[in-house]
Ligand binder design. Structure first.
Ligand code: PHE
Length: 373
């Protein structure tokens, strides 16, 4: 910038000549018009309207003019800067609108297009139902216990007071992995979860409260109600003074927790198991009609065939012989146990019509159960 001009008059400052101002303005307008995008416009703005642009520099020269020339030069520069400013604003608006429009097109999501993501899997309802059952017992203070699926015959049968000639031990009922029925103790695929009772009693000191879910095997032909591999859940409580009443209360609580609402209860019918004495078959009241369909032809119930009760599984007071086999003093301690099939419960609870649906692994079966059963 030139020093204020006091000594001579008039003075001609090169940068303020009308042609110079006009050229600077035209260059600015050309650059603005030529800016293809907002980045280019930002550069044009810095070059032609920024602090170091020819018009800004010219503006600073005004002070170097003789006073009588300043107003006119000021007006000329001001008009040129005004024009450039308006052109900038207009182009900015244009380019922003173009950008917005482009973004709308480029970033649009066509929700009608087919997607190619891998479909999400779903947990098997047998797993979710087992966990749900476990939760009911864990809430009562039980531990979850597990045992091997290939089990020593001794755990699966002998320790449970199932003598060598028990019919369940034959090869027409039990898969033998090692050894053979009637031979020296071999290895079987466990036929029930009851061997986990034995393992739990050998591992722990009373009081013992365990719940044992797991896969079990029997030589059944697959059909609508059977499969050679299925799941059971076993419950065992061993403590001082345990009676059948504790068993009954626990069963009632379980069916209330699982099926909810008023009137859910269980009943026991005499039965026989070598490992419990007395033994019983346990039924729960039908969770649909709650027993009201019995003798009531106006209100038939498909779930329980109007019988009012649904069979669950076996139970009883732990046979003292079993306690002795596990080193527990039967004069001090007593226990109850029960076990039932999880597939069976899923079938009546969720209207599964064919056992095979639960074993074939077709995700179309599993998916509708989602994360919860
Ligand atoms: N283990 C028996 C079965 O598989 C069920 C049962 C368990 C019965 C515990 C009584 C006590 O049929």
């Amino acid at each position: 910038m030139s020093a204020p001009n006091k000594s001579y008059d008039p003075v001609e400052v090169e940068a303020l000549k009308p042609e110079e101002i006009g050229r600077a303005r035209d260059e600015a307008l050309d650059a603005i018009a030529a800016a293809e995008d907002l980045d280019a416009l930002r550069e044009a703005k810095a070059a032609h309207a920024g602090n170091a642009s020819p018009l800004a520099l010219a503006n600073r020269e005004i002070g170097a003019l003789p006073p009588q020339a300043r107003a006119e030069a000021g007006k000329r520069v001001g008009q040129a800067r005004g024009e450039v400013g308006r052109a900038l604003a207009a182009r900015q608006e244009e380019l922003e609108a173009e950008r917005d429009e482009r973004m709308l097109v480029e970033e649009a999501v066509d929700v009608t297009l087919p997607y190619d993501r891998l479909p999400a899997g779903a947990r098997h309802p047998i797993t979710t139902l087992s966990e749900r059952l476990e939760d009911v017992f864990v809430a009562m203070g039980y531990e979850v216990a597990e045992g091997p699926e290939a089990e020593a015959e001794w755990f699966n049968f002998d320790a449970l007071n199932m003598l060598p000639d028990h019919p369940a031990r034959t090869e027409s009922d039990t898969f033998y992995v090692e050894g053979a029925a009637g031979g020296p103790s071999g290895t079987v695929l466990r036929t029930h979860t009851s061997p986990v009772q034995i393992r739990s009693m050998l591992d722990r000191e009373p009081p013992i409260y365990v719940i044992c879910p797991g896969r079990t095997y029997r030589t059944d032909e697959p059909d609508a109600t059977h499969a050679p591999a299925f799941h059971q859940i076993e419950c065992l409580a061993v403590d001082e003074g345990i009676t059948m009443a504790d068993l009954k209360g626990t069963l009632d609580h379980m069916v209330q927790a699982l099926f909810g609402g008023e009137g859910m209860r269980t009943r026991l019918r005499p039965d026989y198991f070598p490992f419990t004495e007395p033994s019983a078959e346990m039924d729960m009241v039908c969770y649909v009609c709650r027993g009201e369909s019995v003798g009531n032809p106006d209100r038939p119930c498909r779930t329980c065939s109007s019988e009012g009760w649904i069979e669950l599984g076996g139970c009883g007071v732990v046979n003292p012989r079993v306690l002795v086999a596990c080193g527990i003093d039967p004069d001090r301690y007593s226990g109850f146990a029960f076990g039932f099939g999880i597939e069976r419960m899923l079938m009546f609870r969720n209207n599964v019509r064919d056992f095979r649906d639960m074993t074939e692994g077709d995700v179309r079966f599993t998916q509708p159960f989602g994360m919860e059963v």
